[in-house]
Design a protein around this ligand. Sequence first.
Ligand code: AMP
Length: 347
Amino acid sequence: MNKKTFTLGIFGGGQLGKFLVQSAKKLNIRTFVFTDSIDSPAIYHCDDFIISNYKNKKKLDFFIKNIDLATFEFENIPFETLDYIKKKIRVSPDPSIIKILQDRLKEKTFLNSIGIKTTEFYYLKKVNKKKINNNIFPALVKTLRLGYDGKGQIFLKDKKNFLKYSFKNNEYIIEKLVNFKKEISIVITRGKNKTVSFDAFENLHKHQILKNSKIPANINKKLNDEAKKISKKIIDKLNYIGTMCVEFFITKKNKLLVNEIAPRVHNSGHLTMNAHNVSQFENHIRAICNLKLKKPKRIHKAIMHNILGQDIEKYRSKEIAKNEFFYDYGKKEIKHKRKMGHITKIF
Ligand code: AMP
């Protein structure tokens, strides 16, 4: 291994890692991926990789010795791992931020403390269950940690339903189910001296998994600007360097509620690869490597569809139109609801 050239270490080897690696290559930056799974799309594109448990100190030490900077493609890397690395090498965004955003309670408490509205919620450990307001139902109970794409979420129709349910250690929040008009997300990148963001993506979820994202979002300029302003406030308060995504609900009364923050590049931003002058991935690499950020400009209208599970087979043999871009992540194991690829159509 030649470590004379600047090398970026990336934790996680999924599709987000793959697109980060490809963007780094475009900027002549070497990449070294650390992943815990052999079925990792990023390993076919990076310069080096390690497949190991994220807590293996020997492997982590080797990784650190051979990189100049570390980042990650998903937020559920054990905090201890990121903290261990941070003592020896720069990690961007900073692990102290991840500690807040890995935990739904800390995340919502932080947002409310800076005056940003979220759904109404309670922390089950700290509340007398019988006293929970009836108005919160129908509700969702979510694990504090490690939940994504609807994992770790339980739907509860009413209070009777809720009181019957036994929650193992009460490390959950219960939140009101929002009867929203739309969901949008803002992908924003903060560098040392500049912050840039894309206009809102309009997102549609099915069974709590993103089905498609489109631009421009069908919302007025005022809401778009307000969502960008809220996202800017969050990224500044966190002193965050890199790309992150803020997911919003738009209520029937046209109010914005933050659902959650992804401290990384995001699925809804995939269409930036084909519809903009710069992708969310490239701007992330630029921000953490202290290169000049590019201000996003939309070149096309676009829609991106996720391809889950078996559906990938259909696309592999399908004729792709001139205005479509098909991405097959090349994952070996096809599993029900697993994100296997996506297709972006530009107009
Ligand atoms: P999450 O993992 O919290 O991002 O949830 C995934 C998706 O589930 C969201 O994008 C929504 O479509 C739906 N969802 C989550 N929480 C709520 C809620 N409180 N009210 C309505 N829909 C929700």
